[in-house]
Design a protein around this ligand. Structure first.
Ligand code: SAM
Length: 370
């Protein structure tokens, strides 16, 4: 019965909220149909290449106080660090020499003229040392539009800013409600990124306390209606030094959170055929082969951590964060083998830009309505 319904939703591409909830809650047989369709669409629309983005978590200093995050400002049990420019550039060189097509600069949220200048200079250096070859993604939170423009002009072409939840009520249950944590401001920041010409990425946490399947269905439609180019989303994992930890008893078991995250990825691939979908590190925190499982059913981007090993323990957003005791070269070797097992191939030296972004631009140029 359920399989018939799933088959019909997928065939008719009827993405109503009840239908997406049906996909999220389906039984094993329905899940198989969903995953098969997501695999088929991935192959047809983005091919079977996985693109590497070398992830540099360059600082855990953060002005924000998100209730779920281990590096929130109020957590006194974190040893704060800030990589030097030379350490960041070394990590970039590692990624480039190992033929990763792109790097991601991620950090806690800081906003100041000095910080803006620092990132601008780093972007210019990265463009320089890679002969303008590396794709650069930033994930540095909400910034004024002119800052986004400055960084875009200095060489960043993609920006990842998770909306965290498309439901403002849920957003305010997992963040303080103040100027620094405003859902409306986050939404405006996403619009600024689109106007500044970035391949714009967003995402949500899956299986949060207070979150319903309807919320997740709305998240999928938010991403579609916002016309995003790339997504990074993964399961919520609790951290004992955060306010949300007190709600851990109501959470789904980890394996169910993991399965729900896979279904979200598969549904998004079916709904938004040509976007880039990153296989989130949080998947690997639950299942050692988690990222590879996501690659099999729709994801096409992996972000191997190239942060120097000695700092990784201090970028603990959640518990059991994987690879914190490794160096970048360990990650690189094991990923080669792991991706091989999925049947996909690695797009070495390829930037792997979002096809959705390119297709959207082409349609706009031709004056078509998409
Ligand atoms: N400051 C930047 C920003 O706000 O976009 C980037 C850094 S922030 C730590 C990166 C992402 O980590 C957040 O968007 C959030 O979704 C995710 N994250 C934080 N705590 C998490 C947790 N406990 N479980 C899963 N993901 C988490």
């Amino acid at each position: 019965m359920s399989s018939e319904k799933i088959r019909s939703i997928l065939a008719n591409r009827d993405w109503s909220i009840p239908n997406i909830v049906e996909l999220l809650a389906t039984d094993e047989e329905g899940e198989k149909l969903l995953f098969e369709e997501a695999k088929r669409i991935k192959k047809e629309h983005v091919g079977n290449k996985v693109y590497f983005r070398g992830l540099i978590e360059f600082s855990n200093i953060c002005a924000k106080d998100c209730y779920y995050c281990g590096i929130r400002r109020s957590n006194q049990h974190v040893s704060r660090y800030n990589l030097t420019d030379a350490e960041i550039i070394d990590a970039v060189k590692f990624a480039h020499e190992n033929r990763y097509g792109s790097v991601v600069l991620q950090g806690g949220e800081i906003s100041s003229p000095a910080f803006t200048r620092r990132i601008t200079n780093l972007l210019r250096q990265i463009m320089d040392i890679s002969n303008n070859e590396l794709g650069i993604t930033l994930s540095l939170g909400e910034q004024p539009e002119e800052v986004y423009q400055e960084w875009r002009a200095a060489g960043a072409s993609r920006y990842l800013l998770r909306i965290e939840s498309a439901n403002p009520d849920l957003y305010y249950k997992i963040h303080p409600k103040n100027e620094l944590h405003s859902w409306e401001r986050r939404l405006e920041a996403l619009k600024s990124l689109q106007r500044a010409g970035y391949q714009t990425g967003t995402g949500v946490m899956i299986a949060l306390p207070f979150q319903s399947l309807e919320d997740l269905a709305h998240d999928i439609l938010f991403m579609r209606d916002f016309d995003i180019d790339m997504v990074g989303m993964g399961p919520y994992i609790e951290h004992h030094d955060t306010p949300l930890y007190q709600h851990r008893h109501g959470l789904l078991p980890l394996t169910e959170r993991f399965n729900l995250a896979l279904r979200m990825i598969a549904i998004l691939r079916v709904v938004m055929k040509d976007i880039n979908i990153a296989s989130a590190t949080a998947l690997q925190a639950i299942d050692p082969m988690g990222r590879e499982k996501a690659i099999r059913i729709g994801a096409n981007v992996i972000m191997p951590n190239v942060t120097p090993g000695m700092y990784r323990n201090n970028y603990n957003l959640y518990e059991n964060k994987p690879c914190t005791d490794e160096e970048a070269s360990d990650c690189s070797n094991c990923l080669d083998i792991r991706i091989g097992l999925t049947g996909d191939e690695i797009g070495y030296n390829e930037r792997g830009d979002s096809l959705h972004f390119a297709n959207r631009k082409r349609c706009t140029t031709l004056g078509k309505n998409i």
